[in-house]
Design a protein. Structure first.
Lengths: 115, 112
């Protein structure tokens, strides 16, 4: 079964540093998403991306965050200057399009630890 | 999206059916009921969805009441690997460009 692949599985970074989290969505999917989950808390929506632009973003997704689809396969989330509170699991997801009967397919996540 | 209410936790014996309830009394006519689960910090996994008819797939069955104000996810023969947090989410289909709103979900523990 096709998978959403995320790398790295775990990243440790110093506060103030930039990080890029990488995702390879399912090849025929057109919508891409980032979610995060702080330890012990709910899964939270960050951003959705379609046709090379952001289609929706949450209040969490401030100017420190950006997303990009640099080529035909990768989808990245960049955090410009990490804070301690950015420590979380970050999940990438993709879906085939409107009326996606099977919903989203999520990756296994990147655990980001900011020290 | 309509708000959902689920029990915080449930237990089930291995091999028995697990019935997970969800209340969504404010659901609108064009909103579907989706179920996802999350196994210990892995990414959420889609299980099933439905509008008003009961649905079944290889993972589970979804029973939606006639008034659509509540639903039940049924895992017919629960295994230890079904231990997870189960999320009931109500949203309009055809808006896959928009967010999924996860609540607290139900922690299902399958016991040997």
């Amino acid at each position: 079964e096709p998978e959403v692949t995320q790398t790295p599985s775990h990243q440790v970074t110093q506060m103030g540093q930039e990080v890029i989290l990488r995702c390879v969505p399912i090849s025929n999917h057109l919508y891409f998403y980032w979610y995060r989950q702080i330890l012990g808390q709910k899964v939270e929506f960050l951003v959705s991306f379609y046709n090379n632009e952001i289609s929706e973003k949450s209040e969490i997704f401030d100017d420190q965050f950006s997303v990009e689809r640099p080529d035909g396969s990768n989808f990245t989330l960049k955090i410009r200057s990490t804070k301690l509170e950015d420590s979380a699991m970050y999940f990438c997801a993709s879906s085939v399009g409107p009326g996606a009967g099977k919903g989203y397919t999520f990756g296994s996540g990147t655990r980001l630890t900011v020290v | 999206d309509a708000k959902t209410t689920q029990p915080t936790s449930m237990d089930c014996a291995e091999g028995r059916a697990a019935n997970l309830p969800c209340n969504h009394s404010t659901i609108s006519g064009n909103e579907y009921v989706y179920w996802y689960r999350q196994i210990h910090s892995q990414g959420p996994q889609y299980i099933i969805h439905g509008l008003k008819n009961n649905e079944t797939n290889e993972m589970a069955s979804l029973i939606i009441t006639e008034d659509r104000k509540s639903s039940t996810l049924i895992l017919p023969h629960a295994t230890l690997r079904d231990t997870a947090v189960y999320y009931c989410i109500v949203r309009v289909a055809g808006t896959s460009g928009s967010r999924l709103t996860f609540g607290e979900g139900t922690q299902l523990t399958v016991n040997p």
